[in-house]
Design a protein around this ligand. Sequence first.
Ligand SMILES: Nc1ncnc2c1ncn2[C@@H]1O[C@H](COP(=O)(O)OP(=O)(O)OP(=O)(O)O)[C@@H](O)[C@H]1O
Ligand SMILES: [Mg+2]
Length: 590
Amino acid sequence: MSPVAIAAGAPESGYTYGILAFLLVCLVAWIYRERTRAIRAERLLSATRRFALGDLTGGSGIRGPDELGVLADAVDQMAKQLRSVTGALRGRQEWFRMLLEHGSDVILTLDAQWQIGFAGPSLPHVLGWTPDQVARRPLAEFIHPNDAEAVQAALEGAVMRSAFGEPIAFRFRHSDGSWRSLEAVGNHPRDWPGPEHLIVTARDITPRERLESQLRQAQKMEALGRFAGGVAHDFNNLLTAIQGYASLLLFDLGPIDPRREDLEEIRKASERAAALTRQILAFSHRQVSEPEPVDLNLLIEDLERMIPRLIGEDVAVVTALDPGLGVVNADPRQLEQVIMNLVVNARDAMPEGGRLTIETANEAVAEDDPRASPDLPPGPYIVLTVGDTGTGIDPEIQANIFDPFFTTKEPGRGTGLGLSTVYGIVKQIGGHIEVDSELGRGADFRIYLPELPGARVERAARPAALPAPRGSETILLVEDEESVRVFANKALEKQGYTVLEARHGRDALMRLAEHAGPVHLVITDMVMPEMSGGELARRLAGERPEVPVLFMSGYSDGEIAHRGLGATSAYLQKPFTSDVLARKVREVLG
Ligand SMILES: Nc1ncnc2c1ncn2[C@@H]1O[C@H](COP(=O)(O)OP(=O)(O)OP(=O)(O)O)[C@@H](O)[C@H]1O
Ligand SMILES: [Mg+2]
């Protein structure tokens, strides 16, 4: 039956159908609307969940004038706001991270049990550890045992006061096992939000400490050196006279004269005194060194004959000399002194006997070598090691052994000048010393001497002792110290020279002006009243450039004489004997 038929058949039922149809349409529309709403609500919900999980990209995608549309708009606004806030936060976080990472100070936090919590990113650069390696470990594990008590007290004090009063310095173990000196301050922020107790900011002061200790050492040596140099200078004048007169008398006495023996004793005693003065001058850097290319192996081979006599039978001597050893530029007498001082120390450390080792080797220190430092710049070195199997050196005193007058030997057994002399000489050569020792296990002294590249040394034949050479030239002798002047005059006249005497530079110039004949050589002291030897030499260089000058001195003014005073000048170290004087004069006169 068609609807038309119904409409035509029964008007009431047609009306009913109309209403039903209308209701059906409404129902469909309503269902459709509810579906769409549910889908939009679902989308909004999932967008909100996404935002909650931190993904703030994009919006909800819901629009519309209804409540859902308004709600979605509010959520989108919130997400946008959050986006800009987290962006700003991230930027700030990055900024703090850069700040921490590029700051050279180490930042640590400690909890109430003094365990490390946070460690700043600069930790690996400064102390070798990664933050993970130190986290949750007690601070005490890294602190030098001798500093532990002071650090503990400072930490407790810092909590009480809420800051370290003064920065505290202590040693912290680097991951490579070495100790680094740190200077640290700690803060205890009262309103700190975390479980941490203290925030510690620390700085590596190892290089500064090294420089400070070098400066202290240099100042100490300078003051002592000045004093010792002055004393040694006066001593050398006296010794020149004592040695000189003794040698003149010995020359006059017949070979079987009974007084010879007594005179020999005087001469020997004065030689020992001269050696001691040399020692003092060497440790105070005031010795005139006469560097020349030296093959350390040849020098040690020469000394080897003397060593057994020095050390006694119960010590075995082992030498290991590198056959391809390079050459050093140094004063051989000073190098002998270095070796002998180390050997004597080794002997003293082995009263029960043991083994003495003397080793030489070539070693190069590269740029990135962990040994390289301002004291040991990169380059080729000759390394001399003197080792023993003796008592070893207490770590507590290792820092002091190079100090002048530091000794652990009983009074009368040691002066404490041995190692400071070694130190002085090695520094003068531009070298470096390292000590490796353990109590009860002996000590190794390693000496690095810069190699003189490309040099070779031939073993020289020992010159036979010839009689002192004679001459007949005229010499002007300038010296303020009367005993030295009179002795030198006598010694020179004895060799056939004519001698003019002067007491200082001005006197010497007057003598020269008065003297009618030629003057072939001027021998002059350095430090004198009125006019010094240096000034005299400068005047002579202008007025009589053909006359050579021989300087004599009791200390390092010779260095000044060596520099800048031309090829016609030479140098003679006091004290000297008549024989040495005669040879030097002949050498200069040619
Ligand atoms: N090979 C070594 N073994 C153990 N200790 C050493 C060694 N060398 C040096 N020492 C210690 O260093 C100190 C200083 O040595 P140094 O040579 O300067 O003086 P000294 O030997 O005591 O006296 P001096 O050398 O002036 O006679 C010694 O007293 C000793 O304690
Ligand atoms: Mg010694």
